[in-house]
Design a protein around this ligand. Structure first.
Ligand code: SAH
Ligand code: SF4
Ligand code: F3S
Length: 447
């Protein structure tokens, strides 16, 4: 325990849901140490930046934000307050020792597989102010075995069931920053799921970089797949809604498709990234699926549950992408009619094969293609949202909305919904009649 006044912490999270999960675990650890959450960075004695390396912009933002944090640290020093600055996440893994050179005022840097050491590291720095620490080992010990119990921080929680990725898509840094794919044992996951339910979660989102290749062992040492795990988690009474993300198209098996037919708790929404609609580009990306493989999976999913809504990630301007290749991506969008999607301009990542491929696409072309793709995607998203008007949907309220007396929550389709509602409804699932729609959100009336 730390002596003196109650210290405060602030965690800034960049990147994907895995980082959100990791940040929650770190918050748990800091609170176990007696630290309280700070309202803002200026108020925090310990600041942690949990970082993302996926695209150049994401990584560069970390350094500019760190620079600002250093200014805050200097201002606080003038008031006689000490500040510990830590960096965790994928930028640490990728930059390694460089990070302490580029941002020498950083006190500690822990890789995504090493943050379980947070408590020990922060204590050491509190006690011995000149200590600096960097740990980016890819160790054989699982971080999950070294973390204190997970505590729910809201009605909807992420639960990491897997870490790392073996797919090595040629544009992607994840296999290098998170290491090879490892699945957690079934019993550990069920224990964490029960604990999250007991502490207030009603929705669980099972996480992995390639979550549907899950193959953890059960108590008898038998390998089990994601479908088995979903069925097991669904048996927990307190859990009313289930999701899983992110899936890899080539690894969607028939068991999983059956879950979308039979498992009532599984939400009718699936994020299944295709990245490109062109087989030529998919091959260069080292994706293990063609356009047709992907469309067949979507078809089977729609047969299993005709109400399913699809979402995807897209990359435009991958090296060698022609206008023709790009047109194939638009074709897929028109076929699948995504209800939501994320799209990005290809970004060169050091050390990945695509970064040194010939025929890199000009920035202006990438920009134009992204605009064209997004216009189409946004149009489908708006149409889907407009189609929700008049329907009654179960909404899980998550927090306060933009206006007073208003809450914000999520529909089964991950749509953001705003409604006038009492704060006692936060973390509850409530029937709401949808009465308005825009591209980004719905409005509704609690029944
Ligand atoms: N494991 C998930 C998510 C990976 S990262 C999956 O396989 O789908 C999230 C998204 O970022 C990817 O789906 C991809 O669309 C995008 N992305 C990854 N690397 C990128 C790069 N170098 N440039 C642009 N977008 C990238
Ligand atoms: Fe990256 Fe591909 Fe793995 Fe997704 S599946 S994390 S895009 S390497
Ligand atoms: Fe970013 Fe690492 Fe996630 S690079 S997207 S935080 S796995």
């Amino acid at each position: 325990m730390l002596r003196g006044m109650v210290k405060k912490y602030f965690i800034k999270t960049f990147g994907c849901q895995m980082n959100v999960y990791d940040s929650n675990r770190m918050a748990n650890m800091l609170e176990d140490m007696g630290l309280a959450p700070a309202q803002n960075q200026k108020d925090a004695d310990v600041v942690v930046f949990n970082t993302c390396h996926i695209r150049e912009k994401a990584a560069e933002k970390v350094f500019s934000d760190l620079g600002r944090e250093y200014e805050i640290k200097l201002e606080r020093a003038e008031e006689g307050k000490d500040t510990i600055i830590g960096v965790t996440g994928c930028v640490v893994q990728a930059e390694d020792a460089e990070i302490l050179k580029r941002a020498p005022y950083v006190d500690f840097a822990l890789g995504p597989l090493r943050y379980y050491r947070l408590k020990e590291v922060v204590e050491e720095i509190f006690n011995k102010r000149d200590a600096k620490l960097l740990d980016t080992e890819f160790s054989a010990v699982s971080k999950f075995d070294n973390l204190p119990e997970n505590k729910s921080l809201g009605g909807c929680s992420f639960l990491a069931i897997q870490e790392g990725c073996n797919n090595f898509c040629t544009y992607c840094v994840v296999p290098y920053t998170r290491g090879v794919e490892t699945s957690r044992p079934v019993s550990d996951i069920l224990k964490e799921a029960r604990r999250l339910a007991e502490t207030g979660s009603v929705e669980l989102n099972l996480l992995g970089q390639n979550v549907n290749s899950y193959h953890g062992e059960d108590e008898n040492g038998k390998e089990r797949n994601l479908a088995y795990l979903l069925n097991k988690v669904a048996e927990i009474d307190g859990i009313k809604r289930l999701r899983y993300t992110t899936s890899y198209p080539a690894d969607v098996d028939d068991d999983l498709i059956l879950c979308h037919k039979n498992l009532k708790k599984l939400m009718p929404y699936l994020h299944l990234p295709i990245q490109s609609g062109s087989d030529v580009i998919l091959k260069k990306m080292n994706r293990r699926h063609t356009r047709d493989d992907y469309l067949r999976v979507v078809e089977k999913l729609k047969e299993a549950n005709p109400d399913i809504g699809m979402s995807s990630d897209f990359i435009v301007g991958f090296p060698g992408e022609t206008d023709e290749n790009f047109a194939k991506t638009l074709e897929v969008v028109n076929r699948v009619k995504y209800i939501q999607a994320f799209s990005f301009k290809y970004s060169k990542r050091p050390g990945t094969p695509a970064a040194v491929m010939d025929n890199q696409v000009e920035e202006a072309v990438k920009k134009e293609r992204l605009a064209v793709l997004q216009e189409l995607l946004f149009d489908y998203q708006l149409k889907f949202n407009q189609g929700s008007v008049g329907k009654v949907m179960p909404v899980l309220f998550e927090g306060n909305g933009r206006h007073k007396g208003q809450l914000t929550g999520r529909t089964p389709y991950m749509q953001n919904l705003y409604a006038k509602a009492d704060i006692s409804l936060i973390n509850k699932i409530v029937e709401v009649r949808v009465n308005g729609a825009s591209m980004n959100s719905l409005s509704g009336e609690v029944l």
